[in-house]
Unconditional design. Structure first.
Length: 167
């Protein structure tokens, strides 16, 4: 099984949204028996909580299923994860600091690095999925657009990795 974990700050907005969207892509591609998708937060403030109601509303309006409980990312998880997807550069830096080995750190990527429209040459902040938590519903809709834009590229990368890991 190839395992992907999306990580944001509190695991109630961006990462559960990315988890739901990417899981739908994985299922549609027929890879759900070979790819496991989940999410976590760099902090534990919301552990056990469901996704933010605005995240749920935006996902449901777009036709995505979600059943989420927030949790905090743990360094010990690196042993079982193949790919850790950070939603912004702050998460990327936090995860790299948490990684127990250089090999673990090498498995961390920014989500928008898979979006051709956000590719090389952009400022680091342009690679972030902005945190919608303190804003309006528009921020959650923008978050969904950014997640959806990166998902096909991420799916291609995961599909290739799965093929390489299949005996």
């Amino acid at each position: 099984m190839y395992r992907v974990c999306f990580v944001c700050t509190g695991n109630i907005c961006r990462s559960p949204m990315a988890e739901s969207v990417f899981r739908a892509h994985v299922t549609e591609a027929g890879l759900d028996d070979r790819v496991e998708v989940d999410s976590a937060g760099t902090g534990g403030w919301h552990e056990g909580d469901g996704a933010d109601r605005r995240t749920v509303a935006v996902l449901e309006a777009a036709g995505y299923a979600q059943d989420h409980r927030a949790r905090q990312f743990r360094a010990s998880w690196f042993d079982r994860l193949d790919l850790v997807i950070a939603l912004d550069t702050g998460h990327l830096n936090d995860l790299r600091a948490l990684a127990p080995t250089p090999e673990a750190a090498a498995r961390i990527r920014l989500l928008r690095s898979y979006d051709p429209a956000a590719g090389p040459g952009h400022l680091p902040d342009a690679m972030d999925v902005p945190d919608p938590y303190y804003g309006s519903l528009d921020g959650f809709e923008e978050c969904l657009e950014l997640v959806e834009a990166a998902s096909p590229g991420l799916l291609d990368a995961v599909r290739t990795a799965v093929k390489e890991h299949t005996p």
